[in-house]
Design a protein around this ligand. Structure first.
Ligand code: NDP
Ligand code: 2IT
Length: 444
């Protein structure tokens, strides 16, 4: 049995009942064989065993009171996975599906994603099974204050810097920051995605979606092509989906469909993003309303059907495992040429195989959605330097980072004999730097 196989087998045995963590670890470890074969010293130093074991896992009780006076208890998590190349960095997810397996898969992915940005940030992730949907602002505030009342002792601007993810946007970051500042009496860059009035960075809101389109644009450019005139399907209608849509449209693409967790809208004339923003950002409503407001658009209950809509480019931007092998087959049959992952792990292992076998250009999440965390790192730089960069400056840096990531993963894939396989390229390019730093630090 190879080193990689041994580590993977042991990981599954030691972490039972964590399917998402197993999935992410399988995707990553099975691509690292060529690297560990070149470096027998890694096995002697149990490098992979240490890489897949979080440095620290924090789990805590989050009690809060709703508007009727009823007391609720949620679970809180922060997985501080790897600090070899910088302080732990990664988002907080508030969604009823959150459990340890999901936070660990996200944390593991985050290590390599953060490495790919070229910036000094380690990997972490956290969250809660709290559901912000349908809650009043006061309830969300009460929850965030309780969550931070435990979390504050584990984080810090040079230790661990959380940000948003599903269910955590500007409102939640504001409440979390307010409570941290109140307890610690420090106005520092301990969270990113902050509002512009209290230390946030321009472009952070747009960064993940814009970055996704920038890296896809570079892949298109390499093949003598562009977004112009392309038909695009985007899943989700949250932060990542909205700004992916905005940038793709500005480059001349036609985005024809989006969804939320209830169902999808199809608009053959091209999505009117102002309507989506009003529904989702202003009123926190449901995507269904789009079809009531825009003539010619239709709404279909359920999510999966979105992948039956023919498109040139698919940008999954909602959640893990939203594209399975069957949906991937349909996308391919309908002529999809590019799939770039805005969400984390939106394609199952089997779906990835379908894309790769069919010659689809497949840009995996840890490369394709790295623009969000990269801009978080730019926010950290501005905070610690007490500087404020213009939209144009941050946007230019973001674009530069995404173009570099594309070329780095392309080169790593080629160097190791897997040209065009960006899963290999991203995992290897991300891992090499983390491995080097971990080796330099000794057995820790
Ligand atoms: P949001 O909470 O803003 O939006 C999430 C969107 O996905 C909503 O439309 C939501 O629908 C939908 N969604 C969530 N869960 C499900 C589900 N189980 N089934 C179907 N649809 C679902 O989150 P973000 O846009 O920030 O995050 C989207 C993805 O991008 C996540 O995978 C996240 O990890 C990833 N990501 C986010 C980054 C960021 O900077 N925010 C950076 C990098 C990656 P509904 O409203 O009905 O729940
Ligand atoms: O998945 C991700 O990269 C994020 N949710 C963003 C993390 C961050 O720290 O900005």
């Amino acid at each position: 049995m190879s080193y990689v196989e041994k580590v993977l087998k042991n990981l599954k045995k030691q972490n039972p009942g964590e399917p998402e963590f197993h999935q992410a670890a399988t995707e990553i470890l099975t691509t690292l064989a060529p690297v560990v074969d070149k470096h027998p010293e890694y096995e002697k130093a149990a490098l992979l065993e240490r890489f897949v074991e979080p440095e620290r896992v924090i789990m805590f009780r989050v009690p809060w009171t709703d508007d009727k006076g009823k007391v609720h208890v949620n679970k809180g998590y922060r997985v501080q996975f790897n600090s070899a190349i910088g302080p732990y960095k990664g988002g907080l997810r508030f969604h009823p599906s959150v459990n340890l397996s999901i936070i660990k898969f996200l944390g593991l992915e985050q290590i390599l994603k953060n490495s790919l940005t070229g910036l000094p940030i380690g990997g972490g992730k956290g969250g809660s099974d709290f559901d912000p949907k349908g809650k009043s602002d006061r309830e969300v505030m009460a929850f965030c204050q309780s969550f931070m009342t435990e979390l504050y002792r584990h984080i810090g601007a040079d230790t661990d810097v959380p940000a948003g993810d599903i269910g955590v946007g500007g409102r939640e970051i504001g409440y979390l920051f307010g409570q941290y500042k109140r307890i610690r009496d420090e106005h520092v860059g301990v969270l990113t995605g902050r509002g512009l009035s209290y230390g946030g960075s321009l472009v952070r809101t747009e960064a993940t979606g814009y970055g996704l389109v920038y890296i896809t644009e570079e892949a298109l450019k390499q093949r003598g092509d562009s977004f112009k005139g392309k038909t695009v399907v985007i899943s989700g209608s949250g932060n990542v989906a909205i700004y992916a849509c905005e940038k793709a449209q500005s480059l001349g693409a036609k985005v024809v469909a989006m969804y939320d967790s209830n169902g999808y809208v199809y608009d053959p004339a091209g999505i009117n993003l102002a309507v989506v923003k009003d529904i989702k950002e202003v009123r926190r409503g449901r995507i269904k309303e789009y079809a009531e407001k825009v003539s010619g658009a239709t709404y279909t209950e359920g999510c999966k059907g979105i992948w039956t809509i023919p498109c040139d480019i698919a940008l999954p931007c909602a959640t893990q495992n939203e594209i399975d092998a069957a949906s991937a087959e349909i996308l391919v049959k309908n002529g999809v040429k590019y799939v770039a992952e805005g969400a984390n792990m939106p394609s199952t292992l089997q779906a990835i195989e379908v894309f790769q076998k069919s010659g689809v250009v497949f840009l995996p999440a840890k490369a394709a959605n790295a623009g969000g965390v990269a801009t978080s790192a730019l926010e950290m730089a501005q905070s610690s330097g007490r500087m404020f960069w213009s939209f144009k400056e941050v946007d230019a840096k973001l674009k530069d980072i995404m173009v570099n990531i594309y070329h780095n993963i392309d080169k790593a894939a080629k160097d190791y004999g897997y040209e065009g396989n960006y899963v290999m390229g991203a995992n290897i390019a991300g891992f090499v730097k983390v491995a080097e730093a971990m080796m330099a630090h000794g057995i820790v």
